[in-house]
Design a protein around this ligand. Sequence first.
Ligand SMILES: Cc1cc2nc3c(=O)[nH]c(=O)nc-3n(C[C@H](O)[C@H](O)[C@H](O)COP(=O)(O)OP(=O)(O)OC[C@H]3O[C@@H](n4cnc5c(N)ncnc54)[C@H](O)[C@@H]3O)c2cc1C
Length: 439
Amino acid sequence: MFSSAALGLTDMKSLHIAIAGAGTTGLAAAAFLVRAGHDVRLFERFSEPRPLGAGILLQPTGLACLAQLGLDGDAIRLGARIDAIAGETALGRTVLDMAYAQLAPHYFGVGIHRGALFGILHHEVLRLGIPVTADVQVARSDLGSSGRRLVDTAGREHGPFDLVIDATGLRSPLRREADAQVRERPFPWGALWSAVPLPAEWPGKAILRQRYDGARVMIGVLPIGRLPGQDRDLAAFFWSLRADQYETWKAAGMNAWRSRVVALWPELEPVIAGLLRPDDLTFATYSDMTMRTPIGDRLVIVGDAAHCTSPQLGQGANLGLADAATLARCLSEGTDLAEALARYADARRRHVRFYQFASRWLTPFFQSESSAAAAMRDLTFGPASRLPFARRHMLATLAGIKTGPFSQLDPGDWHEAYRTAPQPAQAIAAVRQTVAPPG
Ligand SMILES: Cc1cc2nc3c(=O)[nH]c(=O)nc-3n(C[C@H](O)[C@H](O)[C@H](O)COP(=O)(O)OP(=O)(O)OC[C@H]3O[C@@H](n4cnc5c(N)ncnc54)[C@H](O)[C@@H]3O)c2cc1C
């Protein structure tokens, strides 16, 4: 197998590309790049690619990228349409009350089971005939005159390739090859989560609902639709927990914890009724990681591998989808690989940096020991969201479109139907038609 680099030239129309990691970002990147005419091979550490983690809230940004692949309809059909986010304190004070339609009439989010999103993308990868080499735990990559090779933990070499894309997520083994000065800081808080049946009488099936008690307690319920072939409506249930308290929580027993949840939010009794053992919930921790640059020689780092954050703003998978769509566009517009990668890094910088900054800045208001931060949140967020100027910025942040304090991108650049201010009325109608009315 020869890369075009081995022949002394790089044919930008048909690059020989390796993608490490078959998660949301890696699968989407593979689909975009094969459709653009490149020769792509995926490498995954597990023997069967499989989804890990919680429910996902797809934003108009992520949906627009899926639309470019013709997959937004599948996500909308399997997931639950989310029109609004509502957060209140245990005493009933409104902290967040925002509807996507206040930003653009055709906007909404989609709560989706991670397995359902994975299934949609994995099916597309199989349909496109993209080879997935399983059981390969990538350890590093080596650059030679014939291209870049992947080296796995068993010492096997794969390649050479014209380009290696690292989509291995939070614990990327390759990111330091692009930037030796990566900054990584684990968040002290994480979240317990579980996919639970959503009771038929649950109020607000098109709403991401949250409840807070200070900044030490945050509970969330995100409707996430169904798994393929199943007819039960599900929700992702979240309970915020400090990482160093996980063992104490496990030891304290489920009855005391369930009583505490129900005392704070009585409607949750049927939602958590099936959570009987600690293992019925998964504990997720996260890190804040920043890179000065996500590109190296024949190397690009995408998705969580390049910019993991706290999931406070629900943007990680959406950022990964945007990385994948933008990378494919930059490669097809570029005349030279290094120039195309530099263009990619430039195109993604502001969007990624804004959400990293916003997550870092907002997380202490929702997950910390600070009573002052919680009091400030409870006093200011609700009134601020009623002021048109502040509400517009808060909504744009939620929808995933901000690139700076006063700038934003337009998901319509990925797919016309998701343009923030669509010109043709048919575009709005087309998006609405795909969407089942909320139950
Ligand atoms: C509790 C929680 C809630 C979240 N909620 C949201 C939300 O509502 N909306 C949202 O957009 N995002 C959310 N996120 C973030 C989102 O899950 C991530 O941003 C997203 O999954 C990143 O996708 P990825 O493909 O880049 O990385 P990953 O999903 O981590 O995929 C990495 C892939 O690489 C493979 N891999 C890893 N190491 C290697 C190796 N060495 N060799 C080969 N393969 C390897 C893994 O097995 C995996 O398949 C949430 C995260 C958490 C923890």
